[in-house]
Design a protein around this ligand. Structure first.
Ligand SMILES: [Zn+2]
Length: 312
């Protein structure tokens, strides 16, 4: 059997330290012990057992990351066949969740000038910004071409630019963007520093950066252990308030707020996933998704607000 040779080694994404960090959590079958071909089904979620790359904690900067992970080429191949993972979630629940992020953003951002959103998907958050904000320009970087039309429809009365990449913001003037938003993007990036530094160049003085991520230091992972849904093949690192602050400081940002976020879920969906997370898969499969009851839950996500640090 092939082992490590299939996947590149990765240094700590914050301090770039190569020293082995301490093992925090791993799945029974460890992804790093398999080969690429045998991970394509687990990646799509079609596999009976939960498999992920082991997470280690860097002793310097406390971030939780996978020292062995997919290469960027492997990731590109995998993301091109990623199924829509929100398909079983009703739109009303998604809208409520995204709107709660918007409510946090408007406490910090004047909602004027240019907005850069990375990974807006079909643009639910973007629409709140278009309807309730006074942004003049929308820069939307969304690799999934299938959603571009839906996205365009939500900002059709505004000046907008929809790009197929996730990075490379050369078309945007330096120091021109008032607000940057990344919702469940940073956990997925192989090189979060590179992207944050690129963003920094584009931000105007006093600009606001809002980042939604999982919070590995929240209550949920402490009792679901390795079953926590955010431990998965899609996340080469996971943040806590402490480690995201460290990353932002390293990249020339100043963190000005970190808040737990509220996610809205249909009651049936919650029950099903709750049963799965505690190992009662058979019972979980019996629960129907269809229900009109939508419940707010703090589910181990956070929104981090940062601005440019002075003198950088
Ligand atoms: Zn580190």
């Amino acid at each position: 059997m092939n082992s490590f040779a299939n996947f590149p080694e990765r240094n700590c994404p914050i301090c770039l330290n190569k020293t082995p960090a301490a093992l925090k959590v791993s799945s029974k079958i460890r992804a790093e012990n398999l080969d690429f071909a045998s991970l394509t089904e687990p990646w799509r979620g079609f596999f009976k057992e939960k498999i992920f790359f082991s997470y280690y904690r860097c002793m310097n900067c406390r971030i939780l990351f996978c020292p062995t992970y997919f290469s960027s080429e492997q990731l590109e191949a995998l993301y091109s066949q990623m199924p829509d993972n929100t398909a079983e979630m009703p739109m009303a629940a998604i809208q409520k969740t995204q709107y709660s992020y918007f409510k946090t953003l408007r406490r910090y951002s004047p909602l004027t000038g240019a907005l850069l959103e990375i990974g807006p998907d079909i643009g639910i958050f973007t629409e709140a910004c278009a309807k309730e904000g006074a942004f003049e320009t929308f820069w939307l970087y969304e690799p999934n071409k299938a959603v571009h039309q839906a996205l365009a429809d939500r900002v059709k009365d505004k000046e907008y630019h929809i790009k197929t990449e996730m990075f490379n913001y050369d078309d945007i003037d330096n120091h021109s963007v008032s607000t940057v938003v990344m919702i469940h993007v940073l956990d997925h990036l192989l090189e979060p520093q590179k992207v944050l530094r690129e963003i920094k160049e584009k931000m105007a003085n006093g600009g606001i950066l809002a980042i939604v991520t999982h919070n590995e230091n929240s209550l949920l992972p402490s009792f679901t252990r390795s079953r926590w849904p955010a431990y998965c093949l899609q996340h080469p690192q996971l943040f806590s308030p402490k480690s995201i602050r460290n990353l932002l400081t390293t990249c020339g940002f100043k963190t000005i707020g970190i808040h737990d976020t509220v996610n809205y879920f249909p009651a049936g969906y919650l029950l099903k996933h709750g049963l799965w997370a505690t190992g009662m898969n058979k019972l979980g499969n019996e629960i129907p998704n269809t229900t009109n009851l939508i419940m707010p839950l703090k589910l181990g996500n956070m929104i981090t607000i940062a601005t440019l640090s002075e003198g950088k």
